[in-house]
Design a protein around this ligand. Structure first.
Ligand code: NAD
Ligand code: DAU
Length: 361
């Protein structure tokens, strides 16, 4: 099959990135998809074992901080699209190691922007021919907008007000992406999404951590009073939104992505406990008994809620599953994938690349 586009997807071995890679590789066999990932603790090639033999899929173990390697990728593959997801993504880790977030999320993003600018300048045109416009897509987060009170939603016009080192680094990278559009005419698009959940979610984040802890009969550490609110979206719906924005979004624009699905943490945890008890055949209340209130996260944002009206009106995107359906699918996936869970929690998957590729990296 003739290749019509080449897209670099960064962070493709991570949680959301693996769903985006799978969607693009299977939906667009005419595209060449190059998955660029450093395989940090959060990157796992097992997430892609069902599609990694496809002829239109290539994996490149590259750290986006390595400027020579990033340049090689752009020279070698001549991409006409970048979908940038590689990041340090966990808020709690950012509180302990903020510089790691500055390096990857800010400097890594600027490295990619520089190479896209070099390849696509002075007049952005597709290296692969007419009819295809190049595009740099930055996948970002609603956390850049800060915290909401009891009411209201984040819109695309909400002022940036990040509070954690993670959200400050993502806000900074968003600003750089816009600056490259405004200063150099780089064709960019940004989306800011709410909390994702679903298969392949690393068990340091609330939902997979608590599923894992219930399975291991460990305490469920609820931060502070548990009344913090998050807006949850099934990860496969985020992937379809990314597909829409990449292909149909307008250059220089921002699109908020979310499912109008707010939950107070404690209500979500109680629902999860109930569903897990049903699936495991436990007596009602078994998992609830594991709930343990612990010291709050510093700088904890009280409430997030996305107004996803623009992407719905302009691009016709909406989520495909309800939260109840998505959560049930997620729990079923974790119960059916005990080996994956064991590998990532034991750190064993860190050796996966070496086992797969004979240590040649
Ligand atoms: P993740 O932590 O699961 O995956 C991140 C991936 O990036 C991993 O595969 C990791 O190996 C790779 N990576 C990290 N540093 C790298 C580097 N220096 N060079 C190359 N690769 C590197 O993250 P995720 O939850 O899948 O999030 C993906 C993106 O989506 C991030 O940019 C995040 O900010 C954004 N986002 C996440 C959510 C969410 O709820 N998880 C919501 C909105 C936006
Ligand atoms: O909003 C989008 C963001 O969602 C993404 O940009 C981030 O990459 C992603 O990690 C996520 O950030 P959160 O901090 O919201 O996710 P986390 O799962 O860490 O926490 C969700 C909520 O649950 C938050 O209010 C903190 C709370 N929490 C979390 C953990 C891990 C607990 O109460 N106990 C916990 O053990």
């Amino acid at each position: 099959m003739t290749t019509t586009r080449t897209i670099l997807i960064t962070g493709g071995a991570g949680f959301i990135g693996s769903h985006v890679v799978r969607l693009f590789v299977t939906k667009y066999p005419q595209y060449r998809i190059v998955n660029v990932d450093a395989l940090t603790y959060a990157g796992n090639l097992e997430n892609l074992s069902d599609i990694d033999d496809r002829p239109n899929y290539v994996f490149e173990k590259v750290n986006i901080l390595d400027t020579a390697e990033v340049k090689r990728l752009f020279d070698q593959y001549q991409p006409d699209g970048v979908i940038h997801l590689a990041a340090e993504s966990h808020v709690d880790r950012s509180i302990h190691s903020p510089l790691d977030f500055v390096y990857t999320n800010v400097i890594g993003t600027v490295n990619l922007l520089n190479e896209a600018k070099r390849l696509w300048s002075p007049h952005p045109a597709s290296p692969q021919g007419e009819g295809v416009s190049p595009r740099f897509y930055h996948v970002s987060t609603d956390e850049v907008y800060g915290a909401l009170g009891e009411t209201g939603f984040f819109t695309e016009e909400t002022k940036y007000d990040p509070h954690s080192p993670y959200s400050a680094s993502k806000a900074s990278s968003d600003h750089f992406v816009r600056a490259y559009h405004d200063t150099y005419g780089l064709p960019v698009v940004i989306s800011n999404c709410s909390n994702n959940y679903g298969p392949f979610h690393f068990p340091e984040k609330l939902i997979p951590l608590f599923i894992n802890n219930i399975l291991e009969k460990k305490p469920l550490p609820v931060y502070g009073d548990g009344l913090y609110t998050r807006d949850w979206l099934f990860v496969k719906d985020h992937a379809t939104a990314i597909d829409k924005v990449f292909h149909e979004g307008k250059n220089g624009m921002t699109y908020n992505i979310g499912g109008f699905n707010e939950w107070k943490n404690i209500d979500l945890v109680k629902l999860l406990c109930k569903l897990m008890d049903e699936k495991l055949g436990n007596a009602p209340g078994t998992s609830d008994a594991l709930i343990t209130y612990v010291k709050d996260r510093p700088g904890h944002d009280r409430r997030y809620a996305i107004d996803a009206g623009k992407i719905n009106r302009e691009l016709g995107w909406k989520p495909s599953v309800t939260f109840e359906e998505g959560l049930a699918l997620t729990i079923d996936w974790y119960l059916a994938n005990a080996v994956w869970l064991r590998n990532v929690t034991s750190g064993e998957y860190q050796g996966y690349y070496d086992r797969q590729y004979g240590g040649v990296v």
